[in-house]
Design a protein around this ligand. Structure first.
Ligand code: GLU
Length: 440
């Protein structure tokens, strides 16, 4: 299928016709189609605000840019880039930028919408936005990567800014990329504007604790949920897909709390150790080698077998569309914590629900990153920086409060945590929408 089949009425002109890679075709909806279905599920709970619900089904603004760069061999290559601002009712657009060979406009639209929901769920004063470039960064030299980043930043410079839309790291982007983005924007503006991106190096106006924040948030909501269902974290078996900034840090925190991390899967393969992996040593191996492949003293297992691993907690922390109707039935865990954005399809969500597997949805579970991005943005504006303890303490407080509120809404309405998070967030967004009113 192509993405236009998944497009809503009126938005099909925004969608490119590139064939979707298999993980984006999960259960045949595509990411934007999945998001629309999630919104539909929540409309009955919105009361009078439901009359504004159509707002949520359209991105406010979507920009497609051509990113031409000179390659090291002297030829010119063109890449397609996007920045989508889904909603700005509650504040400036906010969300990451990903570099990946499979990036499509449909995907970036969905990711921007999930940022609107996420930011409202943890009640930070941001709307939702996302960006991406369809490029495999592994094929670029460091110089080419810098040129792609700078040209993309310059192209989207017409819609981003510290009070308009603030990018951050996402899949395959990091502090170094954020430093180039900040510098490019600042050069064009003629003044250093640290607040234009978050996730920067600490020495350039970044925040302590930002790099670990998403993983710490995953761990925090995991502990809260475990308490509610009577699961002892110190005895839990954990399986993690994706061992980067999110999965790696979450695994480390669970291991420190006594959990056994029994299986890890990344792009290099799937490893398993019944007695629990040494997460610190595995992190060092991945930092050195680039993947879990080749890590000593483990059983290598076929990638498909990962989903059936005997565990209590499963953390998909890689890409979208990983837990589908095809593998949801195999999951043994009592709880799935979505470290990635959009890892579970709606069909898989229903299967997990019927099988009594609790899903902690992305829009609350991985909100720790953007929460500390908010702290970073505030610190940049005031040029006054907080200690790591202050950051972590505030992060944990926000995550616990937000998760507690979502848990209560789920209980009160007898709905999934995903629908409950959407209820909380959509009400906040649409309430702002209503108070602001229509212009003109
Ligand atoms: N890319 C991260 C996310 O999906 C962080 C976004 C941000 O900090 O703005 O939540």
């Amino acid at each position: 299928m192509n993405t236009s089949q998944a497009a809503p009425t009126g938005a099909s002109n925004l969608v490119t016709a590139h064939a979707l890679p298999s993980y984006l075709q999960a259960d045949n909806l595509g990411p934007w189609g999945i998001y629309l279905q999630q919104v539909d599920r929540v409309v009955p709970y919105l009361g009078n605000l439901a009359r504004w619900a159509e707002t949520l089904k359209r991105p406010k603004r979507a920009l497609i840019v051509d990113v031409p760069i000179q390659l090291d061999n002297g030829t010119v290559a063109h890449f397609e880039g996007y920045r989508v601002q889904h909603n700005t009712s509650r504040g400036p657009g906010k969300g990451g930028v990903r570099f990946h060979q499979d990036v499509t406009l449909s995907e970036v639209m969905a990711l921007s919408a999930w940022m609107s929901i996420k930011n409202a769920a943890v009640n930070v004063p941001f709307g939702g936005a996302k960006g991406g470039i369809r490029v495999d960064p592994k094929t670029l030299s460091i110089g080419e990567l810098e040129r792609v980043t700078r040209r993309y930043t310059s192209e989207i410079g017409i819609i981003i800014g510290p009070t308009k839309d603030i990018p951050a790291p996402d899949v395959n982007t990091n502090e170094k990329v954020m430093a180039w983005m900040m510098d490019t924007y600042s050069m064009n503006e003629g003044a250093t504007a640290t607040g234009v991106v978050t996730g920067k190096p600490v020495d350039l106006g970044g925040s302590l604790g930002r790099r670990e924040a998403t993983g710490r948030g995953v761990f925090t909501v995991g502990c809260e949920a475990a308490r509610h269902i009577g699961l002892d974290i110190s005895k839990a078996r954990v399986a993690v897909q994706g061992f980067g900034n999110v999965g790696g840090i979450a695994a480390k925190l669970f291991a420190q709390a006594g959990s056994k991390v029994v299986a890890v899967q990344d792009h290099g393969g799937t490893i398993f150790r019944e007695s629990g992996l040494d997460v610190t040593a595995l992190l060092a191996h991945v930092a050195h080698v680039g993947s879990v492949k080749g890590y000593a003293d483990t059983d290598v297992m076929p990638d498909d077998a990962f989903w059936g691993v005997a565990c209590d907690i499963m953390i998909p922390a890689a890409l979208e569309g990983q837990i589908t109707a095809a593998n949801a039935g195999q999951i043994q865990a009592r709880m799935v914590i979505e470290g990635a954005n959009g890892p579970t399809t709606p069909q898989a969500d229903d299967i997990l629900h019927d099988r009594n597997v609790l899903v902690l949805p992305d829009v609350i579970a991985n909100a720790g990153g953007v929460t500390v991005s908010y702290f970073e943005w505030v610190q940049d504006f005031s040029s006054f920086f907080w200690s790591e303890d202050e950051i972590n303490e505030r992060l944990v407080r926000i995550m616990k409060d937000a998760f507690g509120a979502v848990w209560q809404v789920a209980q009160d309405n007898q709905v999934s945590l995903r629908t409950a998070t959407f209820i909380v967030a959509c009400k906040r967004i649409l309430h702002s929408r209503e108070m602001r009113g229509l212009y003109p």
